[in-house]
Design a protein around this ligand. Structure first.
Ligand code: AGP
Length: 607
């Protein structure tokens, strides 16, 4: 997912752009660049690779200008090299543009522009925007951008500067988030809040097909049909250090440690003093929720794993038939959605393209959609009929951790709430669940503190492959543990239901493949022990995650990582911690870039 930053004010733009791009690095990128207008001329710098590649050019020849735009590129069209890095310009290098999103009709547009004599430099879809605006430009910069937008199909958040208009930045969005930051005699634009935190708490979320003109003293917003819009100003409500590591070596480790307090926060927000569950003014009333007879959850990646745990919780406590779909499959099928079905979209970022399109598919079938989302102003949150906020705070590590446990916590509360509405659960049942849930944060803290995980990770960090197995509530955690290891330590890993071992995966057991077995207390614990013994009988390596007090397991496993005893339905909140830390320490030991793993973006806003 690309990152956009723009500035107009009294300061040197390059320093503001630089810190903004640094704060957007977590989104994942493979090249970076910036353009400023200095003494009426466009000054453009861009490099393949990380920001440090740009640093040398800026140190040798500082950019001098008080208006500029910057970009970190996560390549979609065209390989990650200097030529394809943003900003892109028209032939005469009078105009520069940065873009996040995909222009779906860029090829026909490019051919038509080339037939009209435009010369292209890059392979990107973005460059088409520069030529369209240049071609449309007469004396109204905003109108030229509007006319270019009318020709473009697809998603975009864009920022333009032009040396003929050194007093303004023109920005616009369609299907890709863009935020305007309001300052004193200065204004900003960025793809996400971290880039704005050092400068302002006052922001405006641009809506789709809105165009904004940022001047030093003023921001004006217009719709495509030329109606001026009064900006809706929001307060960010986060301190600038939210986007800092607070002394942790990586954002991911900081966010793993934040999980207990986030669960405490969720409890305090959604559980009343009378120990009842209250989601506040949901856009879906209890009368509808009480009638829901089927739930379809759709999500991607880690959020999909949370949805799988949600299935167990919703069937256990609300006895509602629940299906869980991967958004990229759900959106292209013809899902049977009818009657009292509730669709739930789970998304930390609220901008995952497939989950957003899955939401739109559901709404096209007249379904009500509930979003579980961490970004309350995101596209998914805004298009859903109701939103339950995850309150996990800014999640900057590309590998999702605190949002995952927040999603599980909210799904547990939702299951209890629906169980009550359906008359299946008594207030006593709910108080019992909440009483256990209230203990979980301190149990998470105990789990985080156990020291063995790091040594265990180091011991097996050279393995060429891992396997993760679990059952019931912790089968999804087996998938999550595998995903974490894949995405930050670059080790192939597969998660399986433990019962599936004999149906194929057992063929892979060898002394070279550590198998993480989730063997915490449950009514099917003996089944996991059977699987462990099958593995050991074939010289397999077993890393068991077990419940404190279970010493028997040490006879079967080379390594045992313990979690405190807790009700099985809440055990995923504890089990996932050794899985997160195992991946983290393995990645550190292997010298991987934990917070910005290769090829990955924090939110996949493109298909
Ligand atoms: C998780 O560690 C990954 N970064 C990724 O799978 C992520 O969970 C997925 O892209 C969904 O993102 P979302 O929750 O923002 O929709």
């Amino acid at each position: 997912m690309c990152g956009i930053v723009g500035y107009i004010g009294d300061k040197y733009a390059d320093s503001v752009l630089w810190t903004g791009l640094e704060r957007l690095q977590y989104r994942g990128y493979d090249s970076a660049g910036m353009a400023v207008i200095s003494d009426g001329e466009l000054d453009l710098r861009k490099r393949a690779g990380k920001l440090r590649e740009l640093d040398e050019s800026l140190r040798q020849h500082p950019m001098r200008g008080a208006i500029g735009i910057g970009h970190t590129r996560w390549a979609t069209h065209g390989e990650p090299n200097q030529r394809n890095a943003h900003p892109h310009t028209d032939e005469d290098r009078t105009l520069a543009v940065v873009h996040n999103g995909i222009i779906e009709n860029y090829l026909p547009l490019k051919r038509e522009l080339q037939e009209r004599g435009h010369l292209f430099e890059s392979e990107t879809d973005t460059e088409v925007f520069a030529h369209l605006v240049e071609e449309a430009l007469e004396d109204d910069f905003l109108d030229a951008v509007r006319r270019a937008m009318q020709q473009v199909e697809g998603t975009f958040s864009v920022a333009f500067i032009h040396q003929q208009f050194p007093d303004c930045i023109v920005v616009a969005r369609r299907g890709s988030p863009l935020i305007v930051g309001l300052g004193e005699r200065e204004n900003f634009v960025a793809s996400d809040v971290p880039a704005l935190l050092p400068h302002t708490q006052q922001i405006v979320y641009l809506e789709d097909d809105q165009i904004a003109v940022l001047r030093q003293e003023q921001v004006e917003i217009q719709t495509m049909d030329r109606r001026w819009v009064t900006p809706q100003i929001h307060k960010i409500g986060l301190s600038p250090d939210t986007a800092d590591k607070d002394g942790y070596p990586h954002f991911m480790l900081k966010e793993i440690h934040e999980q207990p307090n986030i669960l405490r926060r969720l409890y305090n927000i959604y559980v009343t003093d009378e120990m009842e569950i209250d989601f506040g003014q949901l856009g879906l009333d209890d009368e509808f929720l009480g009638r829901v007879s089927r739930i379809v959850i759709q999500a991607c990646g880690t959020s999909w794993h949370a949805g799988l745990i949600g299935k167990y919780l919703l069937e256990q406590y609300a006895y509602i038939h629940t299906e869980v779909d991967i958004s990229s499959e759900f959106r292209y099928r013809n899902p049977v959605l009818e009657g009292d079905t509730l669709v739930i979209a789970i998304s930390q970022s609220g901008e995952t393209a497939d989950t957003l399109e899955g939401l739109r598919k559901a709404k096209s079938k007249f379904m009500r959609v509930l979003a579980l989302c961490n970004e309350i102003n995101s596209s998914i949150a805004r298009e859903a009929d109701a939103v339950i906020e995850l309150h996990a705070g800014l999640e900057i590590g590309v590998a999702s951790t605190k949002a995952y446990t927040a999603e599980i916590g909210v799904l547990g509360l939702l299951a209890m709430h629906l169980g009550k509405l359906r008359g299946i659960l008594t207030p006593k049942d709910i108080r019992g669940f909440l009483g256990t849930l209230k203990q979980v944060p301190s149990l998470m803290e105990r789990t985080i503190q156990q020291g063995k995980i790091c040594s265990c990770a180091n011991k097996f960090s050279d393995a060429g492959a891992f396997m993760f197995i679990g059952r019931s509530y912790n089968y999804p955690n087996a998938l999550e543990g595998a995903l974490k290891l894949k995405e930050i330590a670059y080790i192939h890993a597969a998660g399986h239901p433990a019962g599936e071992l004999k149906h194929g995966p057992i063929a892979l057991i060898s002394e070279d493949v550590p198998v993480v077995c989730i063997a915490t207390n449950s009514n099917i614990y003996p089944k996991i022990v059977s699987a462990i013994q099958e593995i050991r009988a074939r010289d397999g390596i077993v890393i068991a995650i077990a419940t404190e007090g279970n010493t028997e397991i040490q006879e079967y496993a080379q390594e045992v990582l313990y979690i405190p005893d807790v009700a099985e339905e809440l055990s995923p909140l504890l089990v996932v911690i050794p899985l997160q830390l195992l991946a983290y320490y393995t990645a550190v030991h292997r010298g991987c870039d934990v917070d910005q793993p290769r090829n990955l973006a924090k939110s996949v806003t493109v298909e």
